[in-house]
Design a protein around this ligand. Structure first.
Ligand code: UD1
Length: 366
């Protein structure tokens, strides 16, 4: 059986790595790995392959950046001949990035079976490009691997047959649990707790420059109370440069860092007093680690991180961000001791999601 995996952007890599490894233990399975090249910087891609122990891609489509239409169309054009030549029995796509939808659409038209890993997540917000990618990818996939019960419910509500849905758990957590022991050795020598850790890259936060400026002002206020570490996504760096805010010159203010490798970022998350983010995956990782997370978004496709985890949505309300941070700090470590994480357990977020996916694929001869 031939399984072809398509990855393209940073959050895909930690999801695909455990599935590649789990399928590799079945001698009957042949695997091909295609990188679309949506993310191409070494810091956004290569270092993740190294740290996650992923094989080098068999093929890199080298599509790079562009508008959504350009990027999606370029991936489709470049991937179609690869899919035709390889003729896989199953193509696995991951998450909700443009590479996910583009590859799924190519396969659906070619009559190649598609499995969507991390199916069923919904924010209900169609202004997010990722929500469009999620809804459409799920509609045209044959196997839908969901991380939690809400995913199953969303799919059933959208008319997806129950027989296609497999609740397997969270593959991102597989990577986290497997690599957490190694991350301990990657804690930066130049950082001392307590600190807040910030990531922002959603267009809704960083492409709205007045809002981004206000957010930065709030983070600067916070930095008078504890160090604020801010690894900056390339999109965000461009916007901060436009605002003249990208430099580490201010006496007070966030400390800007380059995008971090997986292990270094995990090590920082684990000891953070608070994480402030608009990422999806980080809401899940902080939940597992038991670290308080403030999400600068009005909605989340991962509501379980709010109901069962450590996540709070602060929306576009800076007063809410300030008061939530203040409350966390009032409970957190006052000295230089690291936070004591209180990990949360969510059903099937146990490190074995990829093994379940592999079992299903092999059993079904997909
Ligand atoms: C993409 C995903 C988003 C995910 C994020 C993680 C979509 C629609 N969005 O957003 O869901 O959370 O990845 O990072 O697929 N750039 C570089 N180097 C790179 C990659 C990008 O400099 O290696 C810059 C380019 O200026 C590019 C911009 O970042 O225009 C945005 O990259 P793109 O892949 O289009 O979207 P992301 O914002 O990264």
């Amino acid at each position: 059986m031939h399984t072809l995996h398509v990855v393209g952007a940073r959050p895909n890599f930690m999801k695909a790595a455990p599935v590649l490894r789990a399928l590799a233990s079945y001698p009957s399975v042949r695997q091909t790995l295609v990188h679309t090249g949506q993310h191409y910087d070494a810091a956004m891609s290569d270092v993740f392959f190294q740290q996650l122990g992923m094989p080098a891609p068999d093929c890199n489509l080298g599509v790079g950046s562009g508008t959504h239409a350009q990027q999606t169309a370029t991936i489709m054009q470049a991937f179609e001949p690869v899919a035709c030549e390889c003729r896989p029995d199953l193509v696995l796509v991951y998450g909700d990035v443009n590479s996910t939808l583009a590859a799924a659409l190519v396969c659906a038209k070619l009559g190649v079976r598609v499995g969507h890993v991390e199916a069923g997540l919904r924010s209900g917000d169609r202004s997010m490009p990722e929500e469009i990618n999620r809804v459409l990818t799920d509609q045209i996939s044959d196997l839908l691997f969901t991380p939690s019960e809400d995913g199953d419910e969303n799919l059933l509500r959208e008319g997806i047959a129950r027989s296609k849905i497999y609740r397997v758990g969270n593959v991102m957590i597989d990577s986290l649990l497997a690599l957490l022991p190694r991350a301990e050795d990657c804690f930066r020598a130049d950082v001392t707790p307590p600190y807040a850790l910030v990531t922002l890259h959603r267009p809704s936060n960083v492409d709205d420059l007045p809002w981004l400026r206000d957010l930065l002002t709030t983070l600067s206020e916070l930095s008078t109370q504890l160090t604020v570490l801010f690894p900056v996504h390339p999109r965000t760096r461009e916007r901060l440069q436009e605002l003249g805010l990208a430099r580490n010159e201010a006496e007070n203010g966030p400390r800007f860092l380059a995008p971090l490798p997986y292990l270094e970022f995990l090590a920082l998350q684990r000891r953070a007093t608070v994480v402030i983010t608009d990422s999806g995956g980080i809401q899940e990782e902080t939940t597992l680690l038991g670290v308080p997370c403030l999400t600068v978004r009005e909605n989340t496709e991962r509501p379980i991180t709010v109901t069962m985890g450590t996540n709070q949505l602060v929306g576009r309300d800076l007063e809410k961000l300030r008061s939530a941070a203040k409350e966390i700090l009032s409970k957190g470590p006052s000295s230089q001791t690291p936070a004591t994480p209180r990990p949360r357990r969510i059903p099937l977020w146990d490190g074995n999601a990829a093994a379940r996916i592999a079992q299903i694929i092999v059993r079904d001869g997909a």
